[in-house]
Design a protein around this ligand. Sequence first.
Ligand code: ADP
Ligand code: MG
Length: 480
Amino acid sequence: MRAGWEVVIGLEIHTQLATRSKIFSGASTAYGAEPNTQACLVDLGYPGVLPVLNAEVVRMATLFGLAVNATVARRSVFARKNYFYPDLPKGYQISQLELPIVEHGEMVIQDADGNEKRIGITRAHLEEDAGKSVHEGFEGQSGIDLNRAGTPLLEIVSEPDLRSAKEAVAYLKKIHTIVRYLGISDGNMQEGSFRCDANVSVRPLGQQELGTRTELKNLNSFRFIEKAINYEIERQIDLIEDGGKVVQETRLYDSDKDETRSMRSKEEANDYRYFPDPDLLPIEISDEYIETQRRAMPELPDAKQARFVEAYGLKSDDAAILTASRALADYFEAVVEATDAKAQIAANWVIGDLLGALNREGKEIEDSRISAVDLAGLVNRIHDNTISGKIAKQVFDAMWDGEGDADAIIEAKGLKQITDSSAIEAVVDKVIEANPSQVAEFRAGKDKLMGYFVGKVMQETRGQANPGQVNQILKDKLKG
Ligand code: ADP
Ligand code: MG
């Protein structure tokens, strides 16, 4: 950060709720269908049709509110946000303004110094998504695809509590994790199920009043969000230091050029003429309903992380990695369940080898080619000394390539560890005999040569001799 300046950021996150049908109609929300095959008369805004609220979105918003310690409103109201756009046939979007379903929440993140920091969540409200304009494949024209029209969104608005691009990303990642834990959104950023607008301003350090903000749009990956905010911070400070003023406007991030540029200024901004939607009743929920949802809450990431440290004795950083998604945490627990080795050993295999292999192929844990039970089988063979850790890497690769489970591969490739002392002694004798000058040097005090002898024995046994025994026997014999 440039000296003398403070950055202020507030995020508006649009998360698509994972319902099967739309928020006010029975049309499917499945992604990737042929254009305009999943828009019914309600989504098209035909005259005379009436919206009917999908009860699932109320449940999902309630779960989110509870997860972020918010107030879940016993009564909330849908409002019409009026504007004209080709992808919005009704001429208004149904949203919530004055009485949103969720208010006054919070989220704890880690700041740059690793300290806990509370970020306020102003509100989270329900709304419908609009359709999409399609430009590709149309010469001099635009296509309109209304499949997305009426898809349920939860818009999560933060207080302007974030103080750097890094904090903004940490907050965003945490919300991303939580909506997936709750099972209320798939969080898929490529498909637009999790989108974010960033409001950014700067002010001289010590100034109370907030600076003029710009709103950044088109941020569809964590990396771009960080880059766009950092670009915007520099741009605003440069502007002010050169005697200029930041104008309140919406800016688009261009990831190819790594810059933001003006899209529309406040002067051109719409006046939406919000008013309560007369076609929809207020959402009214009881205390009992909220308690039922509270009881159905899954264990959330922070609690799970603490439990992994407590119950399994994991390092905190490892517990954080393993609880990044519910599926990964479940996988790890299934490995622990099926192995006799320490949980930390299981964690090392999941984090190091398995996540490494998944990352190389850009895959998620759900697509792992090795099941939790099979990975536990491999860990067990190290634990019971059938194979060494080093040979296990080879077995892991073969498992990844679909050659079978650990036992089958060890058997087929003859990888069993040699633990028979007399067999190892025989090899050690052979190595000593074949290397008289190195033996002499070693005996004259060149201890470093131990590694050389171990290497030779391992070479002779194709890496299969038990390393501990090799070391011990070599030591004894070399003493002479
Ligand atoms: P709007 O209704 O124009 O979208 P809001 O007041 O609802 O504006 O704020 C939208 C987002 O902008 C919130 O996340 C809020 O925290 C953030 N925000 C508001 N003022 C500032 C500011 N001066 N600098 C940075 N972020 C801001
Ligand atoms: Mg806004």
